[in-house]
Design a protein around this ligand. Sequence first.
Ligand SMILES: C[S@@+](CC[C@H](N)C(=O)[O-])C[C@H]1O[C@@H](n2cnc3c(N)ncnc32)[C@H](O)[C@@H]1O
Length: 216
Amino acid sequence: MHKEYNPQFAEKYSKLVDNKLLKFFRSFRMRELEIKKYIEKNHKIFDCGCGTGYCLDYLKKRGFNQLFGCEVEKNLVKNLDKKYNIKLESITSLSNSYKKDTFDIIIIHDVLHHLYTKEEYNKAVNNLKYVLKPKGYIFIAEPDNNLFWKIMLFACKNFYFIPWLKPTWDGYKTEIKEFDLFFANKNYINGLYKKEFKIIKTKKSFYRSITILQKR
Ligand SMILES: C[S@@+](CC[C@H](N)C(=O)[O-])C[C@H]1O[C@@H](n2cnc3c(N)ncnc32)[C@H](O)[C@@H]1O
């Protein structure tokens, strides 16, 4: 079940998007996905859990125009639904909104760890498979249970008094349980992918893992 962000947190999160350092970091993160190797100008691209629309903005600036997405948090979407084709809904209900084999590319950027149960993962994976065209690609980027996150979470908990860590910790406070569950379920989740999709590439950086999949 999706846990709603409170409006204050959503407001802070939206403002973080305008931070110059974060903008730089985010475009680095997009390049890390290597999406350009697989994407074509006529492709229909779907961003699951698009948040404030960072991935979609990035692609729009690079000339991609068939951009779609979903997001459960209305406080984050705001006017984004008018700019792109965003529906306010969960990944777990996508097959009600789109026809089979609609999209060429799906992006799931920092979202899967928000799904709590095996049932939700199952539904999400089935829906993604349903809306993705045969041979279409999915790009998944998620935090990994590595030293970076251990240090980050420790710093946020213990050095909360440092002003620039406060918003970070406020964000992670809502997500710690989700991270724990996600890390614990990782093998199960990877197993699901293998059944439904061909794994084209996996790579790990110091703070996360990226998986590129193709529909079987
Ligand atoms: C860490 S943010 C990442 C946002 C965006 N993908 C980005 O990279 O900037 C996670 C997003 O997933 C959304 N989300 C959580 N559960 C979801 C679900 N079941 N379906 C769709 N979106 C979901 C949250 O509301 C939030 O905006």
